[in-house]
Design a protein around this ligand. Structure first.
Ligand code: TYD
Ligand code: MG
Length: 457
């Protein structure tokens, strides 16, 4: 029999202590400990019954996962080829980013599946309103339950026996086994464990939504990430329409995948060809714009970067970047100043990456530097040129990974010329492309190729 025990948990990081502490030794926060009930089996090693035996690895048969194909292709790809029966996935993201919208959309658009959408945040009629906004057809086999007590949720789930469940959100549901309030560490842990057991026993896939805190970690901390099979995280800026769904953990597939969605008036729309929306083909040439061939996860796409360089109006020049690390921008400016003789220390520099997408791929450096140079000189860069290269501190253009995928994407989209590092020259596959490849070694060569050589070639 399980025996009830109590412990103190840090509400910030989940640290467990047998007695109350003023300051958490793990995260250093003050006054974060609250008492929570935990149940621990009173068993010892000798009680453990042997149910499974070690098997030689060569004798194990690989079992095929039973996968359910969803109507959403981006989601299927993210999950590694469909939803695995009995799996539990966590969808994290900041408030308002679209977690509820996406999961409701998935629950509504499965004509052959009986789905259950449980909300602890909204009433059934609010959800119905949202569903109508999402253009749900009334033929949908989706059940809505507005409930926060987990025991009731599981009871209802056993009754209607759905093929797929969404729990929105883990922070709002609670189990009456514990005294602590919903959203506390022990409630989240216990609820997730109960949902996990339900998923495995009934072979039903479950989506659990979790809010994340400002610093980007899933609130009610990391404990959830260990329990679940799949962790998907929403990224993006609420002020822009694009959302990236990134796979952070996947027991049934690769974590390289990203899904790109566009928030429209009628829900999230899949963006299957991101390059087409992330670059604008301007009618007239504008200075300060250039296109980077970047890779995120397993996908390669082209994205536009824009820079504006102007004389500083005040003493201290301003540097601001959207979608790019401003410290890296400062580094690139210092390299341009030191290695190519551009007097940028007295200039304001503003940088913008299209679509509010955050880019960490270093291959975007070359496009950013080209945009800055183009804006400084006020000479536009031909709109059918693009760039992929990292910039080192001594002004050298360094090679980047997966160059073939980048060049191939640029060629597919009709670009005429791509600038890459000369150290990528060794890659034999590059010779098969029609697109003109400019190999460059240092920033001065880039300046020359951009401006002094004929800009029309
Ligand atoms: P929501 O999915 O509720 O976010 P989360 O569950 O992650 O907190 O809402 C996302 C935002 O999207 C919300 O501010 C309203 C907006 N929205 C649309 O633009 N179009 C739509 O069709 C819907 C349903 C919401
Ligand atoms: Mg929500």
């Amino acid at each position: 029999m399980a025996k009830i025990k109590k412990a103190y948990f840090c509400q910030q990081c989940g640290y467990e202590s047998p007695k109350w502490l003023g300051k958490c030794p793990a995260c250093g926060e003050w006054n974060t400990f609250t008492e929570e009930i935990i149940s621990k089996p009173a068993g010892t090693m000798t009680d453990i019954r042997q149910t499974s035996k070690p098997v030689k690895i060569s004798d194990i048969n690989i079992e095929e996962y039973n996968r359910i194909m969803l109507a959403n292709n981006e989601m299927n790809r993210l999950l590694g080829g469909g939803l695995v029966a009995g799996s539990i996935a966590l969808i994290g993201g900041e408030p308002g980013i679209g977690k509820s919208t996406l999961s409701l959309q998935i629950a509504l658009n499965q004509p052959n599946l009986k789905t259950l959408y449980v909300s602890g945040e909204e009433s059934a009629s609010q959800i119905k309103l949202r569903a109508e906004r999402l253009g749900s057809n009334s033929g949908s086999n989706c059940y809505i339950l507005s409930e926060t007590l987990l025991e009731n949720i599981l009871l209802q789930a056993k009754e209607i026996n759905p093929d797929f469940i969404v729990i929105d959100s883990i922070q709002t549901i609670y189990t009456d086994k514990l005294d602590s309030s919903p959203g506390s560490v022990s409630q989240i842990r216990e609820c997730a464990a109960l949902l996990m057991r339900y998923a495995k026993e009934s072979n039903t896939p479950v989506f659990v939504i979790g809010h994340i805190t400002k610093d980007g970690s899933i609130a009610g901390p990391k404990i959830l990430e260990h329990i679940v099979d799949v962790v998907l995280q929403f990224e993006g800026d609420n002020n822009y329409i694009y959302r990236l769904l990134r796979s952070m953990k996947n027991r049934f597939g690769s974590t390289d995948e990203i899904g790109i969605f566009e928030m429209t008036g009628t829900g999230l729309r899949e963006v299957s060809n991101p390059s087409e929306v992330l670059i604008t083909r301007h009618e007239e040439s504008l200075s300060g714009c250039s296109v980077a061939a970047m890779i995120d996860g397993a996908r390669s796409f082209l994205i536009e970067t824009q820079a504006l360089v102007s004389t500083a109006a005040y003493g201290t020049p301003q540097r601001s970047a959207t979608g790019f690390d401003v410290r890296r921008l400062n580094m690139l400016l210092a390299v341009l100043e030191k290695r190519a003789g551009f007097r940028l220390a007295v200039k304001d520099v503003f940088l913008n990456i299209a679509g509010g997408i955050k880019v960490v791929d270093p291959a975007i450096d070359l496009a950013i530097v080209s945009s800055i140079l183009s804006s400084t000189a006020d000479i536009p860069i031909s709109h059918d040129w693009c760039f992929a290269g990292e910039i080192g501190l001594s002004g050298e253009i360094r090679p980047v990974n997966r160059i073939v995928a980048r060049v191939s994407e640029a060629e597919k989209l009709g670009f005429k010329k791509i600038f890459i590092s000369k150290y990528n020259k060794k890659t034999p596959e590059l010779s098969k492309f029609q697109i003109k490849i400019e190999y460059i070694g240092k920033i001065p060569e880039l300046v020359e190729k951009l401006f002094t050589a004929s800009n029309k070639s």
